[in-house]
Design a protein around this ligand. Structure first.
Ligand SMILES: Nc1ncnc2c1ncn2[C@@H]1O[C@H](COP(=O)(O)OP(=O)(O)OP(=O)(O)O)[C@@H](O)[C@H]1O
Ligand SMILES: [Mg+2]
Length: 249
C-alpha cells in the first residue's frame, strides 16, 4: 500500500475496476473496451440506449459473458474467467433484469436459498435475514408468503434482499425500476442510495436517466459497447444540454 500524499485523504481502492473489457457472446463482439470504477460508498449509474451493452457489462463482472481482453477487479479479486457463484462469494450481489422469483417459494425461503448459494454458514442465516429486513422492513409481514405472488415492488425488494444477504460489498442492479409505479420506483431508488451511503458500492443500470442523475454520484453513458461520456452526476445535472446530447431525452 502506498502512503497518501501529505494533506490528502487516502483514496479507497475501488470496489469495482473494469478496464478495457472486450466482451463477447460467441462471435458477437459487444463490449469494445469498457472501463469504469465504483468506489465504496458510491452509487454509480450506467446509462445508455437499448442494446448499448449495459446488461452485458454487468454480466461480464458476474462471469456470464466471455471476456477476451481487459481486466475486471471486484472486491479486490481478479474475476475474469471465474464462475458466477465464485464471484458472488466475494460479496458481489447481482440483481438481474428479470426478477425470477421461484414460484411456490416464500420470501423467507428465497433468502435462505440465497444465503446457501453464497455459502453463508447456517448459524448466520437469521442474522443475514435480519440485516436485509433492516433495509426492507416492509417485507417482514410477508416473510411466509409466496414471493411470486407479491406486488412488483415487493418482488424487487426480495430480489435486492437476496443480493444483499451475503455480506455484500458491491451491488450490481439491472433495471430495477422498470415496470414499477413511479412512487415505488422512487422509494426503491432512495433505498439504494441509502445502501450506498452506508458504505456499499452500487452500480445501477437504469432506463430512467432523470432519476439516475438525481441519485447517483457519478454516471457513465454506454453506446454500442463503448463508454461515450462519464462524470460527476452533479455536473451533468447542471448542464441541460448534456442529457439531450447523450441520452436524447
Ligand atoms: N445472449 C446474447 N447473445 C448474442 N447477443 C446478445 C445477447 N444478449 C445481448 N446481445 C446483444 O448485445 C448487445 C448489448 O445488449 P445488452 O443486453 O447488454 O444491452 P442493454 O444496454 O442492456 O439494453 P437494454 O436497455 O435493452 O436492456 C445488443 O446488441 C444485444 O442484441
Ligand atoms: Mg439490459
Amino acid at each position: 500500500m502506498t502512503a497518501a500524499a501529505p494533506g490528502r485523504a487516502p483514496v479507497d481502492a475501488p470496489l469495482l475496476a473494469v478496464g478495457g473489457v472486450q466482451g463477447y457472446y460467441g462471435l458477437a463482439h459487444v463490449l469494445q473496451g469498457v472501463s469504469l470504477t465504483v468506489q465504496p460508498g458510491e452509487l454509480v449509474a450506467l446509462l445508455g440506449r437499448n442494446g448499448a451493452g449495459k446488461t452485458t457489462t454487468v454480466k461480464a463482472v458476474m462471469g456470464m459473458v466471455s471476456v477476451r481482453g481487459g481486466h475486471i477487479c471486484a472486491a479486490g479479486h481478479d474475476v475474469v474467467g471465474l464462475a458466477t457463484e465464485r464471484v458472488a462469494q466475494f460479496g458481489i450481489g447481482y440483481v438481474p433484469e428479470d426478477r425470477r422469483m421461484f414460484p411456490g417459494l416464500t420470501v423467507r425461503e428465497n433468502f435462505r436459498l440465497a444465503a446457501l448459494g453464497a455459502r453463508v454458514p447456517k448459524g448466520e442465516h437469521a442474522a443475514a435475514q435480519g440485516r436485509v429486513l433492516e433495509v426492507f422492513p416492509q417485507l417482514e409481514p410477508h416473510l411466509d408468503r409466496d414471493a411470486s405472488r407479491l406486488s412488483g415492488g415487493q418482488q424487487q425488494m426480495v430480489a435486492v434482499g437476496r443480493a444483499l444477504i451475503c455480506g455484500t460489498r458491491l451491488l450490481l442492479v439491472d433495471e430495477i425500476t422498470q415496470g414499477l409505479a413511479p412512487i415505488i420506483a422512487t422509494e426503491m431508488a432512495r433505498t439504494l442510495r441509502r445502501v450506498a451511503d452506508e458504505g456499499l458500492g452500487v452500480l445501477l443500470v437504469e432506463q430512467n436517466s432523470q432519476m439516475a442523475l438525481e441519485l447517483a454520484d457519478r454516471v457513465y453513458v454506454l453506446d454500442q459497447g463503448v463508454i461515450v461520456a462519464s462524470g460527476e452526476a452533479a455536473a451533468m445535472r447542471a448542464d441541460p444540454t448534456w442529457m439531450q446530447q447523450y441520452l436524447q431525452l
